[in-house]
Structures are given as C-alpha cells and as structure tokens.
Write a protein that binds this ligand. Structure first.
Ligand code: MN
Length: 132
C-alpha cells in the first residue's frame, strides 16, 4: 500500500494548453497504476477540454466549483461537488468550468485518449446558457 499526501512528490503542476481552451492546470496524483492515469484538474472560468474520447472510459469526481459535461448526443449537464461522471469507452465528450466559476475534478482515465477538435465558443455558450 502507498499513500500520496495530496499530490505526487516532486511532480510539478502542469499547465495544460495543447488540447484545452482557456487556463487549465493539472496535477498527476498516481504514478503506480499502469492501466490508468489519475489527475486533479483545475479549470479557470471558461476553461475546458477539447472534444475527446477515452479508450477505456473515464471517471470524473467533482470536488470544487461548477462546470459542464456534454457528449455528441447533446446530453449535457451541470456538474458540482460530489457528482461522479462516468464516460463510457469511446464516447466523445468534453468537460470544463462554468463561465463564472472554476471547476476542480479528479479524472481517472483508462486507455489512450483520442483528442479531437476544440469546443467552439458558440457551442460552449449554448451549454452554459441552458445549463446554469
Ligand atoms: Mn474526458
């Protein structure tokens, strides 16, 4: 058994820029489990992922703030602390903060992530307008 006290020792927070919009920071929180990647991710207001999917699915545990998730079937939801989102393998989706709140979630991702296109501002605005 191994206990990490909040974060990986020696691991610096990572500014996530390439497949994210806005300001997003991530902390890897687990290095030992070979089949998954676990990160605490903090999105500033308006910050969000690009569209993407996870080969083995993903679990998001919201710990702070408010945000949104949406998939290609236009299922969308406001998410807040205590919510647990399960994204099935291969389902294209995005997640991110509300426009007036940061969002912090723990993301447990299985399998390779396939990154797609950016969530355009107009699309994001529509979700925020309906979901708040
Ligand atoms: Mn995801």
């Amino acid at each position: 058994m191994k206990i990490h006290r909040g974060r990986l020792p020696g691991a610096a927070s990572e500014n996530r820029t390439e497949t994210f919009t806005g300001t997003v920071w991530g902390d890897p929180i687990l290095a030992e489990a070979p089949a998954l990647s676990a990160n605490t991710v903090c999105f500033m207001p308006g910050g969000r992922t690009y569209w993407h999917s996870h080969g083995g699915g993903q679990i998001l545990v919201v710990t702070h703030g408010r945000g949104f998730v949406q998939n290609r079937d236009d299922e969308r939801s406001l998410i807040s602390p205590g919510d647990v989102v399960y994204v099935p393998p291969g389902e294209e989706h995005w997640h991110g903060a509300a426009d007036d709140s940061l969002l912090v979630h723990v993301a447990i991702s299985l399998g390779p992530t396939q990154w797609l296109s950016e969530v355009e501002e107009e699309q994001y605005r529509r979700v925020v307008a309906v979901g708040s």
